[in-house]
Design a protein around this ligand. Structure first.
Ligand SMILES: [Mn+2]
Length: 258
C-alpha cells in the first residue's frame, strides 16, 4: 500500500486511540527508540518481537535523517493496521511537522506539498505517551509539567505540554527548566524529573530523541533509547519490560541490541 492508502485506512483508528495509551501487563512490552528512516531496524524489531506475542511501543521519529523514510513509515503503518492493539506508534517531533515545522527535514521537504499536508495532518493524530501499571511511562522527549497522568490524554499538538513531550531534552544536572536551546528544544533537569515523576507516580521514564545522552540518568530512572543507524554505526537498542517484573529503576528492563 502507498503512504496515502495507509493514511486513509488508519485515519479513524488513530483518531480514536487518544493521546495516552494504557499498556497491558500480561505480555512483554518492547520499547523502540528513534528509527529515523532505518527500515532495517524496524524489520529487525518486527522479526525478533512478533506483535502476536509482544506489545511494541515505538517512541517516534520514524522519518528524516536515515536512507529510507517512506519505506520505514509505510512498514510501521502497515504493522499498525495489521496489529492495532499491539503496535503503538507514539508521536516524535518529526511526526509533528505540521504543528511545528523544522529544518533539516529531508523527508517532509521531499514530498509534494499536498501530500505533506495530508500526511502531516494524519501523523498529528498519533498518541503522545504510553503508560504501564508497573510505574513506567514512555514518550518521545521530556515530561510536561502536568498535574495528573490523565492530563496527558488531553495534550494537543502545538501546546507547551506537547512541545515538552515531542521536543524536550534532558540535561544531566540539577534544576528544573532551562528554556529553549538550539532549534527551540526546551531542556529540563533532574529536579524537574523528580518533581513531575513523583507527582504522576512514575518510577521510570523511557524515551528517545537525544542520541548523545547517557543511556541511564537520574538514579537510573530515565532511560534514553536509540534504535537507528541514521547517525552512523550507533548501537540499535530496544528495552523489554517483562510481565510480573517489579520495576524500581530502568535497569529492571532488559536491553537488547539489534
Ligand atoms: Mn526527536
Amino acid at each position: 500500500m502507498t503512504l496515502r492508502d495507509l493514511g486513509q485506512a488508519l485515519e479513524s483508528r488513530l483518531g480514536a486511540e487518544g493521546r495516552l495509551i494504557s499498556l497491558p501487563t500480561n505480555r512483554p512490552v518492547v520499547f523502540v527508540g528513534d528509527t529515523h528512516g532505518d527500515r532495517d531496524a524496524t524489520v529487525r524489531v518486527l522479526e525478533r518481537f512478533p506483535p502476536e506475542e509482544h506489545v511494541l511501543v515505538f517512541l517516534g521519529d520514524y522519518v528524516d535523517r536515515g536512507p529510507d523514510s517512506p519505506g520505514n513509515l509505510a512498514l510501521l503503518l502497515e504493522a499498525k493496521l495489521a496489529h492495532p492493539g499491539s503496535v503503538h506508534l507514539l508521536m516524535g517531533n518529526h511526526e509533528g511537522w505540521a504543528a511545528a515545522p523544522f529544518t533539516p527535514a529531508d523527508f517532509w521537504r521531499g514530498l509534494p506539498p499536498e501530500e505533506a499536508e495530508a500526511l502531516g495532518a494524519l501523523l498529528l493524530r498519533l498518541p503522545l505517551a504510553a503508560h504501564h501499571p508497573a510505574g513506567v511511562l514512555a514518550l518521545h522527549g521530556a515530561l510536561p509539567d502536568v498535574g495528573t497522568l490523565a492530563d496527558l490524554a488531553h495534550v494537543e499538538p502545538g501546546s507547551p505540554a506537547w512541545r515538552a513531550m515531542a521536543w524536550g531534552d534532558w540535561r544531566d544536572g540539577p534544576g528544573y527548566a532551562f528554556g529553549s536551546g538550539a532549534f527551540g528544544r526546551p531542556a529540563f533537569g533532574r529536579d524537574h524529573f523528580l518533581r513531575v515523576a513523583g507527582r504522576l507516580g512514575i518510577r521510570v521514564l523511557v524515551r528517545s530523541h537525544q542520541p548523545g545522552t547517557p543511556l541511564f540518568l537520574y538514579d537510573d530512572r530515565l532511560l534514553t533509547l536509540f534504535t537507528s543507524r541514521a547517525y552512523g554505526d550507533r548501537v540499535r537498542r530496544v528495552a523489554v519490560l517483562y510481565p510480573d517484573v517489579s520495576v524500581r529503576t530502568a535497569r529492571d528492563l532488559a536491553l537488547v541490541e539489534l
